[in-house]
Write a protein that binds this ligand. Sequence first.
Ligand code: XMP
Length: 320
Amino acid sequence: MITEVTAQELNTESFIEEKVREIKNVVGEGTAINALSGGVDSSTVTMLGHRALGKRLRTVFVENGLMRAGEPQQVAGFFRELGVTVEIIDARDEFFAALKGITDPEEKREAITQTFYKKVFGRIVRESDAKYLLQGTILTDVDETVAGIKRQHNVFEQLGINPQDAFGYKIIEPLIQLRKDGVRRVGKALGLSSELFERIPFPGPALSARVIGEVTPDRIETVRKATVIVERMLKETDAFQYMAILHEDRVTGMRDGRRDFGGQIEVRCWDSVDARTATPTRLSFDTLESLADEIVSEVPGIVSVTYNIATKPPSTIEAI
Ligand code: XMP
């Protein structure tokens, strides 16, 4: 049973002290490793780990080909400024090979999990002498996994999978009592720049959670281009999260006087406190029209743009 620490009752300084002490105790004189995605959770865990272990924590950023435009370099740059070295590991081919032909959402998550832990990260860990893995699992991930709503990519013990037996390492999850709002407070207290800790949440399976149907390099590039536009145009809203989703359905459009049977992007923009429930942001119609204009003119192959108006539940924030 995990005891929740709400953002209201959280004392960031004593939380950080306690977690730093726990990490030190568990790892002892050994070394640990962690994978940074640049999201709030993995960034906060990276800072906690470095505070506890210094150079004995090796931080890698696995470039899976599914991240947003320029993200690996940008994230490594944020951490360089904080004195933390981040190694970027190029594993794009392995991820796309694993995702080839898969359309089922859970099979996609499974392919990413297996490729990440068993192949790429497993290999990195085996080649290092680290026996401990620091991970930014939060309580919402556990809840939704246990409830069988979704299998978050980073929850093992709650599913009865022993990471030591399955993957050869022990997992430390210092943020597991917190939800997103609490993690943000801890990240801020650890000195993460507001640019980083105020970034909107982004899922572990990255842009593949926003491609309905097969995940290919081309389809990821399409959703990546649309994501640049959506993130730029909705940055000034107070929304919790906003995204572009590439649909599988094609629709008839017209371009340069000719029929163009093209793709469809769905825009979602959510108001939420902790991602457990969410409602669509009431964007102005002018904003929606500008989004549509930019997306159809800048993203090759897209002829239709829709805006999601359903709430979570029954919808979820991501599309897969
Ligand atoms: P859903 O789609 O379940 O999302 O309403 C709730 C929050 O969690 C993020 N999310 C994920 N994060 N791995 C993650 O690390 C995942 O597989 C995943 N799926 C959703 C989502 O972006 C939202 O903030």
